[in-house]
Design a protein around this ligand. Structure first.
Ligand code: SF4
Length: 181
């Protein structure tokens, strides 16, 4: 007879299998890399073959795709969007600008390292990454989900104070509703 631990493990495997083949994506077009999203989603590269499709609102989305540099002004909106998404949820940082500031590394009002402010599950490097790289990034996310290692949302909850501290350091007029999961 199966014990509770084994049954839970089987449920997790099935849930993760369903999740990874049904990723609803909210593409937040913050930077120039957003131009690669239409070819990724349409017939030439056809991301839907992998179960990847667009979502209309944060409440319906599983993946927040941040497509390039973020200004301090945009960061505030992106945080708000992320916090409206339901669990399980994932973040993909798309383009060198999300990793280290890219060509805006010395700009006075852009964010240099996205995962100081939001939990990034997968980065896609390049300036700008082509659709093949975008799909490879999603495939990486799918393997992390399969292995139960896409834990950004948990990291965010567990370290919320630290994230808030970092966010408030760069966002000038912090007037936001309190955390609302
Ligand atoms: S990585 Fe390059 S393409 Fe992407 S937002 Fe930055 S400058 Fe634009």
């Amino acid at each position: 007879m199966m014990n509770d631990k084994n049954s839970q493990k089987i449920v997790d495997i099935i849930q993760n299998y369903a999740r990874l083949h049904s990723l609803f994506v909210l593409a937040y077009g913050t930077g120039c890399g957003a131009i690669e999203i239409p070819p990724t989603m349409t017939s030439r590269y056809d991301a839907e073959r992998f179960g990847i499709r667009g979502a209309a609102t944060p409440r319906q989305a599983d993946v927040l795709l941040i497509t390039g540099y973020l200004t301090t002004k945009t960061l505030k909106r992106v945080i708000r969007v992320y916090e409206q998404m339901q669990d399980p949820k994932y973040v993909i940082g798309f383009g060198s600008c999300t990793i280290n500031g890219g060509m805006y590394w010395d700009s006075y009002n852009t964010i240099k390292v996205l995962d100081k402010y939001l939990p990034v599950d997968v980065y896609i490097n390049g300036c700008m990454p082509r659709p093949e790289a975008v799909i490879a990034g999603f495939v990486k996310l799918q393997s992390l989900i399969r292995e139960g290692k896409a834990e950004g949302a948990k990291l965010y909850k567990d370290n919320l104070e630290q994230y808030r501290e970092n966010q408030k350091k760069v966002i000038p007029n912090w007037v936001m509703p309190e955390y609302n999961w």
